[in-house]
Structures are given as C-alpha cells and as structure tokens.
Ligand binder design. Structure first.
Ligand SMILES: Nc1ncnc2c1ncn2[C@@H]1O[C@H](COP(=O)(O)OP(=O)(O)OP(=O)(O)O)[C@@H](O)[C@H]1O
Ligand SMILES: [Mg+2]
Length: 278
C-alpha cells in the first residue's frame, strides 16, 4: 500500500514486503555477499547482526536502491528495486544526515516540500511527527542546538513523515549514550507499532536486537559473506532482557556471532585479539 494522509492525520501505513532471492553483490571487483535469500514480511521488524565489514550496510544499501546486485533479485512491495524511492526511508547512524542550515521542523518538512505537499499540510505533518518523537519543544532549533539523541529523533521524524512502507536503519543508535539509546529503543517500538511499517534494523548490539526484533538474522564473516542464522524472537513486548528465554537467545546469538567475529579478527591478523574474544 502506498503512503496515505499527507497531512499526518493517520500515522498508520501498511508495510511492504521485502524479498531478496539469490542475491550477490560485488564491489570494486570483490564479492562481498552471496546467496542471500531473505523475505521480510509486511510490517515485520528484522534485525541484522554480523561482524564488522561482513556486508550488512551493503545489503541495506541494495534494498535502499543505492547499490545494484550482481546476481539475484530484490524487490519491495512486489516491485523490483532499481533505485532509491519514496517507499523506502533510510535512517543513518550519524545525524550528520540532517541539513545543518534548517531547523528541526524545516528538516522534517523537507521531504513533504519536495513532494509538493501544500505548506499548511506539511507543517501539520511535521508537527505531528515531531510530537511523536517527543520534540515538540525544540522544533525551531537548528541541529547544532540539539543533543545527539534529539538529532537522531529528528532524523527518525524526517523519515517517518513521508510514511514509507519500508524503513531501513543502519546502526541508528550506535553513536548514542546508553541511557539515550534505551529511550530511543522504546520510542522506536512505539512508533513502529503505531505505523506498522516494515523495518530492517542493523546493529552490533545483541541486546538491542533482542529488545526490538520479530526475527534476528546473523551473517557470516566476509569476504563473500552469507546469511548464517535466522532466529524468531517470541518474547512479548515490552521485553525483559533478564527473562530466561532472552538470556538463552543472547547466549545463542553471542556464540553465532562470536565465531564469525573471531574469523574476521584472525583474517585481519589480529590473532591475539581473536583469542581474547574466544
Ligand atoms: N566501494 C567499495 N569498494 C570495494 N569494497 C567495498 C566498498 N564498499 C564497501 N566495501 C567492502 O565491503 C565489505 C562490506 O562492507 P559493509 O560496509 O557492508 O560492512 P558492514 O557489515 O556494514 O560493516 P560495519 O559493521 O563495520 O558497518 C567490507 O569489506 C568493505 O571493505
Ligand atoms: Mg555498516
């Protein structure tokens, strides 16, 4: 389903299904990932975990339409992905993605303005989404007048205001302190439950993945990485990381990822560091 209600009256959008079938990606003549088969259902929240450099961002960039595949097929909402589109919003790790010369409100209004949404409607929509991320009181501040957590919320509002059926998030909370990060994780689940968009969320943090995801996908070490495991998370929300099922899942994922991180470190000649993590 396409985005609706440009004035922001309704936050609910139906998510779109993402499909990757037999996907391989080459960059600079090197095979980065191969044989990627993944289906993310409409409205599902999937977290992707894997060692540094294995190709997580590469896969996200393929779905965003920033990178072509060298083999296989990738689609969103049943349509082949041939480039970036308004149906897929991307939230980056760094809030540098905000325009520093625009206020929080103007940053959020940027997308609707580009789409030709009339001024009154886009102002109402920006207010609604800035309220949703708890920034009602700072809408007229510039990015450098906001904390890192606030900037990241503006980025989230700037993506969500376009009501994309798919939201792609590349370590969006990676640069935040632990307390702000915990608040943002709770906020994200709340916003996702309100909008029901499909979310692919990359993280290095196993606990974050367990708190957020419907399913957690792990990857092997690169080069030529594959998907390694897919773990459904059946815990009810809000989740408790001390729940025995969460602890068991944490152990399993730590082992899945740990062996791949060790391989990566060894490949980089960091044998002693690899032994330390073993
Ligand atoms: N333009 C490029 N040309 C050649 N190789 C590239 C290019 N861009 C990325 N790579 C390589 O592709 C691999 C995967 O990179 P990617 O950024 O997808 O990893 P990642 O899993 O997101 O890592 P991190 O967790 O550190 O963000 C890396 O080995 C990287 O060096
Ligand atoms: Mg990355």
């Amino acid at each position: 389903m396409s985005a609706v209600a440009t004035d922001g009256r309704s936050a609910r959008v139906a998510g779109a299904e993402i499909r990757l079938a037999g996907v391989a990606v080459e960059l600079g003549g090197h095979r980065i990932v191969s044989e990627i088969d993944l289906r993310i259902a409409e409205g599902e929240l999937v977290c992707l975990l894997g060692p540094s450099g294995c190709g997580k961002s590469t896969l996200l960039n393929v779905i965003a339409g920033f990178l072509p595949v060298s083999a296989g097929a990738v689609s969103a909402g049943g349509r082949p992905i041939v480039g970036p589109g308004l149906d897929r919003g991307v939230v980056f790790q760094s809030a540098e993605a905000l325009f520093p010369w625009l206020t929080a409100r103007q940053n959020v209004e940027y997308g609707p303005r580009r789409r030709g949404v009339p001024a009154a409607e886009r102002t109402a929509a920006a207010s609604r989404y800035l309220n949703m991320v708890g920034l009602r009181h700072v809408v007229d501040r510039f990015p450098d007048e906001l904390s890192g957590g606030m900037r990241q919320r503006v980025q989230l509002a700037r993506v969500l205001v376009n009501q994309p059926p798919v939201v792609l998030m590349d370590e969006p909370f990676g640069a935040l302190d632990a307390q702000t990060r915990a608040v943002m994780q709770t906020e994200l689940v709340r916003l996702w439950q309100a909008t029901r968009s499909t979310i692919l969320f990359i993280t290095h943090d196993i606990a974050e993945a367990i708190l957020l995801a419907d399913r957690i996908v792990t990857m092997t070490a690169g080069p030529d990485a594959r998907l390694k495991t897919v773990a459904p998370v059946s815990l009810t929300r809000p989740r408790d990381l001390l729940d025995p099922a969460a602890v068991a899942l944490y152990r399993q994922l730590r082992d899945d990822i740990g062996t791949e991180v060790t391989k990566t470190l060894q490949a980089q000649g960091l044998a002693s560091a690899a032994e330390m993590t073993a």
